[in-house]
Design a protein around this ligand. Structure first.
Ligand SMILES: Nc1nc2c(ncn2[C@@H]2O[C@H](COP(=O)(O)OP(=O)(O)O)[C@@H](O)[C@H]2O)c(=O)[nH]1
Ligand SMILES: [Mg+2]
Length: 196
């Protein structure tokens, strides 16, 4: 008897023998979360992105991100396998503070968070870092370098962001795979050192 055709889940389920790690990619509106997950994911990422409508004009502050035409209304999801058979499941959160109540659900089971920041508005990342700390999640900060944003040395950024000396800080371009992978590896290593 022919066996029933298997559901094609290749690419969505790991092959076994791997360490799975759920990570949250977070940060303020327009900082590059969706872009980073799109750049990194080895599967076609899931995005629940919507074109922004007039009704969000008063809600979503576009200052600093004038070219933005879409907004994440729920989550982004992607997957990335890094050396040593560690499979990272990436969950992007919406950036708008009105969605913070969704966080607990999105972050449930996550081992760590990558908080994205933009040097033109570093302060926008503070409430996000607070939310991550409230969840008790270890995190790393990735500064997404936009071409027209001022550049600072790591020490200056650390001081501005008031980072704990143990918190990893990485500067990257969300559209560039190598820098994004480096940011996630820094986070994964940080998470692993904190596991019992
Ligand atoms: N120049 C530049 N543009 C970027 C970079 N990252 C994101 N963008 C653009 O910035 C806008 C906001 O990015 P998006 O990923 O949607 O932000 P999100 O709200 O955090 O998910 C989009 O138009 C992106 O194409 C970057 O590193 N450099
Ligand atoms: Mg987004």
């Amino acid at each position: 008897m022919d066996s029933a055709p298997s559901v094609d889940r290749v690419g969505y389920l790991p092959d076994g023998g791997q360490t799975l790690m759920k990570l949250v990619v977070t940060g303020p509106f327009g900082v590059g979360k969706t872009t980073l997950i799109r750049t990194l994911s080895e599967i076609r990422p899931l995005h629940t992105e919507e074109v922004m409508t007039q009704s969000s004009v008063e809600l979503d502050d576009l200052s600093g991100v004038p070219a933005k035409t879409t907004t994440t209304v729920a989550v982004d999801f992607g997957r990335l396998t890094v050396p040593d058979d560690v499979v990272l499941y990436l969950f992007g959160t919406p950036g708008q503070e009105r969605f913070f109540p969704l966080w607990e659900d999105i972050a449930r089971g996550a081992l760590g968070a990558l908080v994205l920041a933009d040097t033109r508005r570093l302060g926008d990342s503070f409430p996000v870092m607070d939310a991550v700390e409230e969840q008790g999640l270890p995190y790393a900060v990735a500064v997404n370098r936009f071409p027209d944003a001022p550049e600072y040395d790591d020490e200056v950024l650390r001081a501005h962001l008031d980072l704990h000396p143990g918190t990893p800080l990485v500067q990257c371009d969300a559209r560039d795979r190598r820098g994004g992978v480096a940011a996630l590896i820094a986070l994964a290593e940080h998470v692993l050192t904190r596991l019992p």
